[in-house]
Design a protein around this ligand. Structure first.
Ligand code: BEZ
Length: 306
């Protein structure tokens, strides 16, 4: 007998409950067949998974090892189920997660054009961080995420759409806001640096902090805030400065001055994330449309594939 997912589910439930009777109740089966299944599993593995005679039931060292992997396998199987359900939905919907800063880039144009060209597709938009997007993709809540963090996950396929330059947002009247010079990060360390989002991490805040740390620079004071709009509002209030993606220039305010950075490698990527192997027509059309806009507007990028 090769073991099946069912055996793993039984084993994990017994290990969690530390008791056969309670586990059987949770699984809606009688206790004797549950004990038989665990015995079969132990025979198949050629080892004991539970300490014999222990009350409450304790895992052996091998049992602990198997438990950690069984839990991972079961949660992976649950993810596959949720993802497949979502992919198989016949009504054509496309649910998109995005980080707020992409609203100041090409996202509004992409959505407008997509709605115009594919009006049979029901588009839904959800603001969320990159880390939240990965979870939402796996739970089938969204189909596409637009974020900025290179998060590794075997169930998620990432395409770096383009790299966006970082710029500095300064309050009007700031000494560095005068003149046309591009600024260096080292000229900013005596200001309070406002970064976002505070959680979940890693986030765009870490990209900005790394830009300083990579150059062995430490800002005098750092304030972490919940979101981009708060960071910009606090800059306007004179609380500090913020490093933001270049597209923020589109958010014109008369109390903020944006300055270019004179630094190499000061970029933030715009990353499209989809479920691995999801090549649905809606997603292919969306990616084609993004590249068409980049071509028309002569925005530099390296083409990726689904
Ligand atoms: C962009 O600005 O390039 C962009 C923003 C959101 C989604 C896709 C692309």
């Amino acid at each position: 007998m090769a073991f099946e997912l069912r055996h793993l589910k039984y084993f994990v439930t017994v290990a969690e409950e530390k008791n056969f009777t309670r586990a059987a109740e949770r699984l809606f089966i009688a206790q004797p067949p549950l004990s038989r299944q665990i015995k079969q599993l132990e025979d198949e593995l050629g080892t004991e998974l539970f300490e014999r005679g222990s009350r409450p039931l304790e895992l052996t060292e091998t049992g602990k090892f198997f438990f950690a992997h069984a839990q991972q396998l079961l949660s992976h199987a649950a993810e596959i189920k949720a993802m497949t359900k979502r992919v198989s939905q016949i009504n054509r919907t496309l649910s998109i997660g995005y980080v707020a800063s992409t609203l100041y880039g090409k996202l509004p144009k992409i959505i407008r054009l997509y709605r115009y060209e594919h009006n049979a597709v029901d588009l839904q938009l959800h603001e969320m961080t990159t880390v939240e997007q990965i979870k939402a993709l796996k739970e089938g809540v969204i189909d596409v995420g637009f974020g900025r963090i290179k998060h590794e996950d075997q169930n998620v396929h990432r395409i770096v759409l383009r790299e966006e330059r970082l710029i500095v947002a300064l309050p009007i009247g700031h000494a560095l806001a005068e003149g046309s010079d591009r600024l260096q990060l080292k000229s900013l360390i005596n200001d309070t640096l406002i970064v976002y989002p505070k959680a979940p991490r890693p986030s765009f805040a870490d990209q900005v902090l790394s830009a300083f740390h990579d150059r062995a620079l430490t800002p005098k004071k750092i304030i972490e805030v919940r979101e981009l709009q708060i960071a910009i509002g606090l800059v306007a209030a004179g609380e500090g400065i913020a490093i933001v993606p270049n597209s923020l220039i589109g958010m014109k305010r008369d109390d903020i001055i944006y300055k270019d950075l004179n630094e190499r490698h000061a970029y933030s990527p715009i990353i499209m994330s989809v479920r691995a192997m999801d090549q649905s027509e809606e997603i292919r059309n969306l990616l084609d449309l993004i590249y068409r806009i980049y071509d028309e507007e002569q925005i530099p990028y390296v083409r990726g594939t689904l």
